[in-house]
Design a protein around this ligand. Structure first.
Ligand code: GAR
Length: 202
């Protein structure tokens, strides 16, 4: 089976990128990270690309850019890279319709909550404020909504009485670092079947 060509999108720390990269390096994932894309020139996670000799590219939104034209430039680059899979790993821009259509069921995202609860920003703070007893993370495919696409994997953690958004976030992050590489591994082995909202492992 052909190794999948993966583009990882990051905006900041990049710990999920690193978790995927580690599993690629160990040969667990049948793929290679061909590029890292960021909307933030100061994203700390770019250091992992540099250390591993992976090409990276920063796309800054220009004043005359629409969301559509911004992502059109990214699409051209992704095509040059022959991208099979896009992994959003803490990428903080909402994707436009053109890229979602072009890479339907080939864009994964990780979200730090049990979707459909607490979509959008500050998911861990939303969970603490709401008083839920369990939260976790969700790996899902991207559709045109915000954090609304078909769910691939969820992992659960307890929310403790004295949790702050930070303590909960670090408990969830440990699960993210297991769930995301597993989802990428399954995708790269063609083992994810998407029918409507349902994703099954084959
Ligand atoms: C992760 O917790 C990820 O789930 C979250 O941002 C963090 C990025 O960390 N993503 C979202 O909130 C998307 N809505 P990382 O840069 O260390 O991977």
């Amino acid at each position: 089976m052909k190794r999948k060509r993966i583009a990882v999108f990051i905006s900041g720390r990049g710990s999920n990128f690193k978790a995927i990269l580690d599993e690629v390096k160990r040969g667990v994932i049948n793929g290679e990270i061909v590029t890292v894309i960021s909307d933030n020139v100061d994203a700390e996670g770019l250091q992992f690309a540099v250390e591993s000799g992976i090409e990276y590219k920063v796309f800054l939104k220009q004043p005359d850019d629409s969301r559509q034209s911004y992502f059109e430039r990214i699409i051209s680059y992704l095509q040059e890279c022959n991208t099979d899979l896009i992994c959003l790993a803490g990428f903080m821009k909402i994707l436009s319709k053109n890229i979602v259509d072009r890479y339907r069921n080939r864009i994964l995202n990780i979200h730090p909550a049990l979707l459909p609860s607490f979509p959008g920003e500050n998911a861990q703070a939303q969970a603490v404020e709401h008083g839920v007893k369990f939260s976790g993370c969700t790996v899902h495919f991207i559709d045109e909504g915000v954090d609304s696409g078909p769910i691939v994997i969820q992992e659960v953690v307890p929310v403790l009485d004295d949790d702050t958004e930070h303590t909960l976030a670090s408990r969830i992050l440990e699960k993210e670092h297991r769930a995301y590489p597993l989802a990428v591994k399954l995708f790269c082995e063609d083992r994810l079947l998407v029918k409507g909202r349902k994703v099954t492992r084959i």
